[in-house]
Design a protein around this ligand. Structure first.
Ligand code: FE
Length: 204
């Protein structure tokens, strides 16, 4: 099976002015495509060829096949990144996701502060994630290509903090890029749809 580059879920100028068409043309058209092409070369003629992308990630992690793991993760992470952003501007968290944000962080503003702090204190390239951990929410960061896929954490949305994600629009200003994402771009409908309903455990 060849891993395909998923279609961008909106036009390349749909996130302007926060993420420019020029950035998306490189980030999707060159970087994301590059990871797909590299992955397909690496798995060609191997037992990975018959696996889904998620299974490639899990198996490569288990086998210590770092090149395959890195490229497969980057394919998955970027697809998840595009879906984490709303083409018509940020939606608002409502219902269950709003309750979970309030419970975990206090309110939306304090969630933004925690996410911003995680993005700014993450050294070098990587990803900032909102994840579900049991019945609660957490913010985690992963370095380089790593991601929570295949772990016990459920990714709900992500922000790419590799410089290729923001350099053309914000140069080295990760803070403004992160604020645009938090205030103008998050697709809360997508976040809400990723929640896995887990029965709340009660201690007798
Ligand atoms: Fe990227």
């Amino acid at each position: 099976m060849t891993i395909a580059l998923p279609k961008l879920p909106y036009e390349q100028d749909a996130l302007e002015p926060h993420v420019s068409a020029r950035t998306l043309s490189f980030h999707y058209g060159k970087h994301h495509r590059g990871y797909v092409d590299k992955l397909n070369k690496l798995i060609d003629g191997t037992s990975y060829e018959s696996l889904s992308l998620e299974d490639i990630i899990a198996t490569a992690r288990q086998n210590g096949d770092i090149d395959i793991l890195n490229n497969a993760s980057q394919v998955w992470n970027h697809t998840f990144l595009w879906a984490s952003m709303a083409p018509s501007g940020a939606t608002q968290p409502n219902g269950q996701i709003k309750e979970m944000i309030d419970e975990a962080f206090g309110d939306l503003e304090r969630f933004r502060q925690s996410f911003r702090k995680a993005a700014l204190s993450h050294f070098g390239s990587g990803w900032i994630w909102l994840v579900q951990d049991g019945t609660s929410l957490r913010i985690i960061t992963t370095g380089n290509a790593d991601s929570p896929v295949g772990t016990l954490l459920t990714p709900l949305m992500t922000l790419d903090v590799w410089e290729h994600a923001y350099y053309l629009d914000y140069q080295n200003n990760r803070a403004d890029y992160t604020d645009s994402f938090l205030e103008q771009l998050i697709n809360w409908d997508f976040v809400a749809a990723n929640i896995v309903n887990v029965a709340k455990h009660r201690v007798a």
